[in-house]
Design a protein around this ligand. Sequence first.
Ligand SMILES: C[S@@+](CC[C@H](N)C(=O)[O-])C[C@H]1O[C@@H](n2cnc3c(N)ncnc32)[C@H](O)[C@@H]1O
Length: 249
Amino acid sequence: MARVEHMSDDVVLHLGDCREILPGIDPVGSVITDPPYESQAHAAKINKGVKLDFKAIDDELRAFIPAWAAENCEGWLLAFCQVEAVAAWRDAIEKAKLRYKRGLAWVKPDALPQMNGQGPATGFECLTAAWCPGGFSQWNAGGKRGVYTHNTNGPNRHGVHPTEKPVSLMVELIADFAPADSVVLDPFMGSGTTGVAAVREGRGFVGIELDVRYFEIACQRIRDELRRPRLKLSPMAKPVQAVLDLGAA
Ligand SMILES: C[S@@+](CC[C@H](N)C(=O)[O-])C[C@H]1O[C@@H](n2cnc3c(N)ncnc32)[C@H](O)[C@@H]1O
C-alpha cells in the first residue's frame, strides 16, 4: 500500500515499488542508491546465516533505474553492486544512453575473514558511476581516487537492516558527488542510511522503500537526524584594513 511521509520541505519518503512511484517524481540532482544485489550474492549471504527478506535484482529492475535517470537526473547516478555485476550495470547504463564513468570501490577493513581458510574473503564492494546530463562531468572532489574505506560495523550502525551501509560512507559519497543544496534520490532506501547522510550534508532527499518495516525505520532515523542540532557557520566578516592617521606632526 503506497504512503508518503513529508519529513521536511525537501525530505520526502515513499512507501511502495519504485517502478510505480518514480514516474511521478520530479527531477533530482543525483541518484545515489544501494539496490538489491545479484541472486548469487543473496545465496552466499543466506548460506552464511544472514536473513535476507527481499528479492535479488533482475535485469528488468536494473534497466529501469538508468532509464529513469536519463530523463530525470541532473548529475550522477551511483549504484552499489558486487564486483561481478559491474559489467551488467555498465551495459544497462550505456543502453539508457548515460555516460558510464567507472567503477568505484568501497573497501571494508572489518569484513569477515574466510573462516574455513579455503580462499580470500571478500574485502570490498563496488559502485558504478554514470554521468546523466551529457556534456562534461563534474564533482566536488578534485583529483581524488574513487576508493572509499569505511568499516561496515562502525559505532553508529543502526543494526536492523541486513545490508545496512555505514552512514560515514554515504556522507562521503554525497559530499563528493551531490552539489550543495541539491536533492538526492535513493529508490531502494532500505532503513534510510542515504537519507540520514543527505540530511547531515544539507541536501534534500527523496527515498522509496518497498518493505513497510524498513520504511518505518527509515522514517524514524531521518526524523531523528532532522532533529539533531546543526552547527551553522556564518561566513567570516571581510577584514578591513585600519587607516593609520598620523595627522599633522
Ligand atoms: C540493499 S537494500 C538497501 C539498504 C540500505 N542501503 C540501508 O542502509 O538500509 C535494498 C532495499 O531495496 C528494497 N527494494 C527492493 N525492490 C524494491 C523496489 N522495487 N522498490 C523499492 N524498494 C525496493 C528492499 O526492500 C531493500 O530494503
